[in-house]
Design a binder for this molecule. Structure first.
Ligand code: PLZ
Length: 460
């Protein structure tokens, strides 16, 4: 099994190097240009502009190099310029950039559907449809579930994130910034969306609640407030992403999926963030042997090229009439070629194994830090959780469970100053998330984690 990235070759030197005064002049000039033309609603968390990226490193236009612990939000699992992906893209683009699969189809779409049907959990007959973004995949999973069941209601969870389009905003739990802001709301939102409690072990009122009990709590609410026979779909992120890398207790997902099956409800796993080796398995549901009826995928699927997919039970997907699903760009041939190559790299380098190695390496250090801080009377690390290379640290006010978003912001800023890009998440804005490219070297990861540890100690 591959547990080091030593077989992977890198184009850029895998080293962090930042000047004291970044952003440099080129990035500052680009920020000025941008202000005049790009809408303010699109914000960037790092004030530098990218020139190049490879492995675990991002170079900016002024010659700084940063350790990437975010992968462009869990996208560049195989790196941002994996030679196999780059080669496949070049090869594809020299032949045709687009023809539209709904008009003149091509092989790479079919080949990718074969791969996704093979890799997704379950050995039942499956069908796949390709799209462009995570939100589009989620929307289409719900379209299919509603048409196939003839039911309207869709159940989503507390802390859920499913996208920024109208239906996916409705499915998303957090108002600011996704659904509303100081200037108003993006609503009205899509109807027939219901929200039930998630199992958030760290923040459960009864910390002893089991996964089964937490599932029962959600199921009872669905039965009382909607009625099981009115529900088309239950959609859930097996590990919640934007909501805080929340891993439900063992038994929660299987109990929900089992009940959905009994009631003829389509169980949709939104694996947009957790899929494609990120959690140490091809999909996060695999950790508990859960087989979703439909699985929504994007992000890590195509080495950075925009592509998303739904794969699910053939009887559900084929219930939709010809012409009922599609889109101009869905399954673009260049993106399909990239996905086939990215999947090839994941297999060749055993990136699921690599994700498990990252978990081992990182959680050991983080737990040590947690204990050290607690011993010194500043227990600000409330929780360390996650699977594989989808790991989180929940920061609190010392000795309490009160969220500490200020500390979180300070730590992220301190890391950036040292040349380490770290993302946050969480309903309360107090979760540091680690999503390194799976091809990151141990040395670079350790360097990044050391910077993070120093930042937490300094600001705790
Ligand atoms: N489902 C589980 O994580 C995207 C978005 C961040 P798109 N998450 C990052 C932001 O501020 O926009 C995501 C996800 C899950 C769906 C989506 C949506 O995927 O490709 O961004 O549409």
């Amino acid at each position: 099994m591959t547990t080091t990235a030593s077989e992977i070759t890198y184009r850029l030197e895998q080293k962090r190097r930042v000047q004291a005064d970044f952003p440099g002049p080129k990035s500052i000039a680009l920020t000025e240009r941008r202000k005049a033309v790009v809408a303010a609603g699109v914000a960037s968390s790092v004030p530098v502009y990218v020139a190049d990226a490879d492995g675990g490193i991002i170079h900016d236009v002024d010659g700084n190099s940063f350790i990437d612990l975010g992968s462009g939000i869990a996208v560049t699992s195989v790196g941002a310029s994996d030679p196999a992906v780059v080669g496949a893209v070049k090869e594809a683009v020299e032949h045709f950039t687009h023809t539209c699969f709904m008009i003149t189809p091509y092989e790479s779409y079919v080949a990718l559907a074969e791969q996704l049907n093979r890799l997704t959990p379950g050995d039942h007959e499956k069908r796949t449809v390709l799209f462009n973004s995570g939100a589009e995949a989620v929307e289409n999973a719900i379209k299919v579930a509603r048409l196939a069941t003839g039911r309207d209601a869709v159940v989503a969870f507390d802390h859920a994130y499913h996208g920024r389009t109208n239906l996916t905003m409705a499915l998303t739990a957090k108002a600011m910034p996704y659904k509303a802001g100081p200037a108003g709301s993006f609503g009205p939102f899509a109807p027939e969306v219901y929200r039930v409690p998630m199992n958030y072990p760290y923040r459960e009122e009864n910390p002893a609640i089991t996964g089964e009990e937490a599932a029962k709590r959600a199921i009872t609410m669905i039965e009382k407030q909607i009625g099981g026979e009115s529900v088309a779909a239950i959609i859930i992120e097996p590990i919640q992403g934007e909501g805080g890398f929340i891993v439900p207790a063992e038994g929660f997902l299987p109990a929900l999926a089992g009940w959905a099956k009994e009631k003829g409800i389509v169980f949709i796993a939104d694996e947009v963030q957790s899929g494609f080796c990120r959690t140490g398995e091809w999909f996060a549901v695999n950790h508990e042997g859960v087989v979703p009826d439909i699985i929504a995928m994007a992000k890590g699927i195509a080495g950075g090229m925009p592509l998303s997919a739904i794969t699910g039970r053939a009887d559900l997907l084929d219930a939709v009439h010809p012409g009922g699903l599609g889109g101009t760009y869905g399954g673009n041939p260049v993106a399909c070629a990239a996905a086939l190559a990215a999947i090839g790299s994941m297999e060749e380098y055993d990136l699921a194994g690599r994700a498990r190695h990252i978990e081992e390496l990182a959680t050991g250090r983080l737990r040590e830090l947690q204990a050290k801080l607690a011993g010194a009377g500043s227990a600000v690390i409330g929780d360390i959780r996650g699977r594989g290379a989808m790991l989180a640290i929940e920061l609190v006010h010392a000795g309490t469970k009160e969220p500490n978003p200020e500390l979180t912001r300070n730590v992220v800023a301190a890391c950036l100053n040292e040349g380490v890009i770290i993302l946050t998440c969480g309903t309360y804005g107090n979760v540091i998330r680690l999503l390194p490219p799976l091809v990151i070297t141990d040395e670079l990861l350790i360097d990044g984690l050391d910077v993070l540890a120093r930042a937490i100690k300094a600001h705790a």
